[in-house]
Write a protein that binds this ligand. Structure first.
Ligand SMILES: Cc1ncc(COP(=O)(O)O)c(C=O)c1O
Length: 434
């Protein structure tokens, strides 16, 4: 198949990279030993076909090994255009930035990096430098990445607690509370507020339209930079190019990542207006004061341009249609199930909130983890059962009682229908244990 010894690579990962992570996959029986992708599905060492209903944690929205992105990369490698431009003035970044700004129909400035956390950092720095203010706000339940700046915005818990002290002058506001927002902004001393249009790690939950309206109005009145983290919700996931297109006031900065790299290349972007950028970085001595060596590297930009070409209006409409179809399937199959509290969705993003059953079979204590007895294990048990049926899903990082589901945008109706049926069968199985 190829000269890469993938199976050996899994053993080497355990030995040289992170043994604990491998053990965790084995405990949850996650079929992680994938050796190839075929027709959008993943095939593991035993030949089992797996449907990735997380779309590679959001990176594979255009499907694993997308053939058009692969061809674009091959074509570029056959040219003699450099892979890296020594002046850091990258024409490939220029071409991608023009295409991306045009697509947003609003922004006219981009800065590129590799991962999502890096563009969150870039937005933090831009907001402080442009406003000359230091206070930063986020919302409870947030996930904006694991670098020290983005971590300061994070919900407390295992991702955050061991790494303090955190960036000072950062405050997390209660979720969806307009009065707290008003009070926090009232002194006109807040540089920026960071929000996820829908919190995925926080439990696949939406801000109300009243809150989003207040957010746009109050930040505008108080001179606070409004930053939308669309690293998960952008790039077609919710049936729009950016979910914040639907807000009454467009955010001042949007950060994106994941599928922007076409599923092959690490690529993230901060998009904003050039006036805001110029407020921070216009003096010749400032123009490179925020930078990163690989920002705008050629192959990432080529993948980004190919990915943008694929994200047609038809694909976005398809995401909305298939999302409505999947919601019907889920409601029909599990809407009335004793273990299901609520199904939430928009476009092809779904959250299934589970109840917290009293019976010890569904607790981590029963699984030998005494110190976790307050946390329901039902979500993990359900993902474990769905793995057996060949579906890759997971619980939310901060809310283990909510299943997150976000398949690739080219998922078929048959797969969506089959997933809903499997979900019913596995929930019934778990219910029958007591
Ligand atoms: C909403 C959100 N913001 C930021 C990040 C951080 O992105 P990365 O892991 O690429 O640094 C993530 C990662 O999943 C995310 O979901």
């Amino acid at each position: 198949m190829s000269e890469y010894k993938v199976s050996k690579g899994y053993r080497d990962f355990r030995k040289y990279v992170n043994a604990g992570l491998v053990t965790l996959c084995e405990l949850s029986s996650e079929p992680y030993k994938v050796i190839r992708a075929q027709d959008g599905a993943l095939i593991d060492e035993e030949g089992k076909r797996l449907h990735d209903f997380l779309a590679g944690w959001g990176t594979q929205g255009l499907g694993h090994l997308n053939s058009a992105v692969r061809q674009a990369l091959r074509d570029y490698l056959d040219t003699e255009i450099p892979a890296f431009f020594t002046s850091a003035v990258s024409p490939m970044a220029g071409l991608l930035a023009a295409k991306l700004c045009e697509r947003t129909k609003h922004y006219d400035h981009c800065w590129f990096a590799s991962g999502g956390s890096e563009v969150v950092e870039a937005a933090l720095k831009l907001a402080r430098a442009a406003t000359k203010r230091t206070r930063i706000l986020s919302l409870r339940g947030a996930y904006h990445g694991c670098t020290m700046g983005s971590l300061a915005l994070m919900e407390p818990g295992p991702f955050k607690d061991a790494f303090g002290p955190h960036l000072p002058e950062v405050q997390a506001l209660p979720w969806g509370c307009i009065d707290s927002l008003k009070a926090a902004l009232s002194n006109k001393d807040v540089a920026a507020i960071f929000v996820e249009s829908v919190q995925i790690e926080g439990g696949v939950r939406w801000l109300t339209s009243e809150y989003v309206e207040a957010l746009g109005r109050l930040t505008d009145e108080m001179g606070t930079v409004l930053v939308a983290d669309e690293i998960q919700t952008g790039f077609g996931r919710m049936g729009y190019f950016l979910h914040s297109e639907t807000w009454p006031r467009r955010p001042d900065i949007v950060v994106m990542g994941k599928t922007l790299g076409g599923g092959y290349m690490p690529l993230s972007a901060m998009v904003t207006k050039s006036e805001l950028f110029a407020r921070a970085y216009s003096h010749p001595l400032d123009v490179e004061s925020h930078n990163s060596t690989f920002s705008g590297n050629s192959l990432a930009c080529v993948a980004g341009m190919a990915a943008l070409d694929l994200l047609t209006d038809e694909l976005l409409e398809g995401a909305r249609d298939k999302g409505a179809f999947f919601l019907d399937c889920l409601k029909r199959e599990i809407g009335d199930h004793e273990f299901v509290k609520e199904i939430r969705s928009e476009g092809l993003l779904f959250g299934i909130e589970l109840v917290n059953p009293e019976h010890p079979y569904y607790s981590f204590e029963y699984l030998g983890l005494e110190d976790m007895k307050a946390v329901s294990a039902l979500g993990f048990l359900l993902t474990h059962r769905l793995f057996k049926d060949g579906y890759l899903v997971n619980v939310c990082g901060h809310r283990w009682d909510v299943l997150r589901i976000h398949p690739a945008l080219d998922v078929t109706r048959e797969q969506l229908e089959d997933f809903a049926r499997c979900c019913r069968r596995q929930l019934d199985h778990l219910l029958s244990l007591t």
